[in-house]
Design a binder for this molecule. Structure first.
Ligand SMILES: [Zn+2]
Length: 96
């Protein structure tokens, strides 16, 4: 068996065009590009700790960056960061 040559690739492309439709191919390429971009930015931000400082999501009291507990409601820093992350993800509009 030999590797596919140029003609075979054109046939593969034509089959893809038939399967997805000529209009959908640019969309497909764009969404793949977006996924790649988001993957890269995810890698870049992946090691960044979510910020603890700012208003507590439970009681809205300002929490200092290096504190272990919320000064308002006594929730642990872990709980606050987890809740903040959850709220942020919910606030994001879902991509269709
Ligand atoms: Zn609190």
């Amino acid at each position: 068996m030999s590797l596919p040559g140029g003609a075979e690739w054109i046939i593969v492309l034509l089959i893809l065009l038939l399967l997805f439709g000529a209009k959908k191919l640019p969309q497909l390429a764009r969404s793949m590009g977006q996924a790649g971009k988001e993957f890269k930015s995810g890698l870049k931000d992946g090691y960044k700790e979510p910020p603890l400082e700012g208003p507590c999501p439970f009681c809205k009291v300002e929490v200092p960056e290096d504190s272990k507990f919320c000064p308002g409601c006594g929730k642990s820093a872990e709980d606050i960061v987890a809740e903040k992350t959850r709220v942020e993800q919910e606030a994001k509009p879902k991509s269709a």
